[in-house]
Ligand binder design. Structure first.
Ligand SMILES: [Zn+2]
Length: 426
């Protein structure tokens, strides 16, 4: 008992100065997908090594450098993070060098104490409404929509037509209003329900920006000529999946990170995976949320991912994300009356995710879970193709502060809001 108390005190004391043991905890509980990083990360008494795919030590972080790196990674743009880690390599930094790096860090996430008029004043919250398509033409490319005739005796002509982008955008706007009313500054990663983070639709991007962007990536040698030649000739569908999807997600993270959010909410709506190709209703409905982690060995081959991995390892963002996501899932379960998913309720949960220990919260190495630089919840509140949800989601029969919506989307927004509020106030 005494020992437990002593450990608790130590953990409390070191909540900012992260220790090797705390990093090891995150490695074991969130990051190391079924031991697949055992050959890529080595923990010793006073140092953590990141190894390349040949087993050669590539990066070393010493115990006394952890806090400095955690602060630096949280408070700097990606390009500077990458620069410092490349400069660092395996050498141990001198006290003077550590001090000079430390002096140059501006703590962007310190809350301005003078902004305290409302409960959330001084907090910045980034919201990403997932996806972008709200027309059938674009949705056929993106594949995030439901369109089928409901096979029911009572409603023989009911057509279900739902775009996930619309649901997510509507929820984001509701949540934005709730948070701003309490004084928070809120950023949405895209400004319209049919826009992506480049402030246009995908078709507009193809027409107006594709050639210029591909040319500039080729000229900067970021895009090999062979890939350039392939992308420049591709039809919209193939270009979306081979290039644009990841390119745009990376931009979403960039837009969110430039805002230096204290926390981020990524909004998605799920479907029953067994119901593919989603041309009928399902009886199933589960609620869940994702946070970062679950890296595999080959995920660390790209240098970019090593930088994200180090941030997730050295800072306490994953611990915080688990708390925020757990609060969110509890609210989904209570407010929407949907059961919480266990690891056995979907193949992707069993095959690609690590269970965090908090019901319904899983580590998953999705682009945004990895690259958004703040505690985050990536929510999958409900199954859109559920027999009751699909009808309820089609309605736009209530108004919340000038926004047309329905009671399901409002409950989802309220669930996020209460989770964010409780998380910040704790
Ligand atoms: Zn989605």
């Amino acid at each position: 008992m005494l020992r437990a108390l002593f450990t608790l005190c130590l953990l409390g004391h070191f909540s900012f100065a992260q220790t090797i043991q705390q990093c090891k905890y995150r490695f074991d509980n969130y990051l190391n997908f079924r031991g697949s990083l055992n050959n890529r990360v080595q923990f010793q008494n006073d140092v953590i090594y990141i190894l390349d795919d040949k087993g050669k030590k590539e990066i070393a972080i010493y115990a006394n450098e952890i806090e400095l790196f955690a602060r630096f990674l949280i408070n700097n743009p990606f390009s500077k993070q990458e620069q410092l880690i490349k400069f660092k390599g395996v050498k141990k930094l001198s006290k003077a060098k550590c001090d000079s790096i430390s002096d140059k860090i501006t703590d962007k996430k310190n809350k301005n104490k003078y902004e305290n008029k409302l409960p959330l004043s001084g907090y910045r919250i980034a919201i990403d409404p997932g996806h972008t398509a709200v027309t059938l033409t674009e949705a056929l490319i993106e594949q995030k929509f439901l369109y089928f005739r409901k096979d029911s005796i009572n409603h023989p002509y009911d057509t279900i037509k739902i775009f996930e982008s619309s649901l997510a955008f509507n929820t984001a706007q509701l949540l934005q209003k709730m948070l701003e009313e309490q004084g928070a500054k809120v950023l949405l990663s895209r400004s319209k329900e049919n826009y992506n983070s480049f402030n246009c639709t995908y078709s507009q991007w193809v027409t107006n920006h594709k050639t210029r962007i591909l040319d500039s990536l080729k000229n900067a040698k970021v895009l090999p000529v062979i890939k350039y030649n392939k992308f420049i000739k591709q039809n919209e569908h193939d270009l979306f999946w081979d290039f644009f999807r990841d390119f745009e997600l990376t931009n979403r993270a960039k837009v969110m990170n430039e805002f230096y959010p204290h926390l981020s909410v990524v909004i998605h709506y799920n479907v029953d995976e067994k119901n593919e190709p989603w041309k009928q209703i399902t009886k199933k409905n589960f609620t869940m949320a994702f946070i970062g982690g679950a890296f595999t060995g080959d995920n660390l081959d790209k240098y970019e991912n090593k930088v994200h991995f180090l941030r997730l390892l050295l800072t306490d963002q994953l611990n915080q994300s688990e708390k925020l996501a757990a609060l969110t899932v509890t609210n989904f379960n209570k407010n929407l009356e949907i059961p919480i998913a266990s690891q056995f309720d979907a193949t992707y949960l069993k095959d690609n995710c690590l269970f965090t220990g908090s019901p319904g919260v899983f580590s998953r190495n999705l682009n945004l879970c990895r690259s958004v630089n703040s505690p985050l919840v990536y929510g999958e509140s409900l199954y859109q193709d559920n027999e009751r949800e699909c009808e309820a989601l089609m309605k736009m029969d209530i108004t919340y502060k000038d926004l047309n919506t329905n009671d399901r989307l409002l409950s989802v927004a309220k669930s996020y809001y209460d989770a964010v509020f409780k998380f910040i106030k704790k």
